[in-house]
Design a protein around this ligand. Sequence first.
Ligand code: OAD
Ligand code: ZN
Length: 242
Amino acid sequence: MEEEIKRAREILKNAEGITVLTGAGISAESGIPTFRGEDGLWKRYNPADVDTADGFRRNPQYVWEWYNSLRELISTKEPNPAHYALSKLEKIKPYFSIITQNVDDLHRVSGNKNIIELHGNIFRTRCIECSQEEENREVPLAEIPPRCKKCGGLLRPAVVWFEDYIPLEIIDSCLLSIENSDVMLIIGTSGLVEPAASMGLVAKHTGKTVIEVNLEESTHSQKYDLVLLGKAGEILPRIIPD
Ligand code: OAD
Ligand code: ZN
């Protein structure tokens, strides 16, 4: 492991452009549960009920109760050393961006600036009638389900649900970011949900060096250049160059 830490540090030190891809695992040490695995959220909730437009149509009250409780939980949590290591890395690199599947906002809280929120943000809402999108930090929500101030329509969380369409310009900015980088660093994602799952492969196919940090091997680990197994909060501070 010492050898791998040294190698990763060297690669990051020499890199001019870095794209980071993060998943729920980077926030696990902040106390936010991941989706899959033993204590995963998808063991207690059915994504078809709480994470699809169809489930929302059937029962917006239930979906909002779940999102309200997640917002309550997340708003009590803070970034961990892995998030802070990434904000340090952004400051010392000419080109740096984070593509995150997380909706918890912790990359912003820890000080990162160039963040692509692939799955949206749990503290934003969108009206299903007039599409108005806005920040909403009311925790807990006074009214469930909340309604649009402009038109009275139902608000939904501005997050990407299963079968939702991710705007093309977001995908485009991810690809551009990978293109502008020589190294991709993938942290705490199972690699089971597209399009994020394929981004490390895109990086590999275009000649980038890919480093992964995860508690265990993930879907595409075998194809990456370097895989560091362990906790993100312990490994990240050790591989960020001074
Ligand atoms: P998952 O729950 O699928 O995977 C979490 C990953 O983090 C696993 O590979 C764990 O091994 C790893 N992990 C856990 N704790 C860690 C730690 N302390 N340090 C390093 N790694 C750790 O979460 P995601 O891959 O983010 O989508 O899931 C992708 C998407 O599926 C989510 O964005 C969400 C979900 O359904 C939507 O809601 C649309
Ligand atoms: Zn509206």
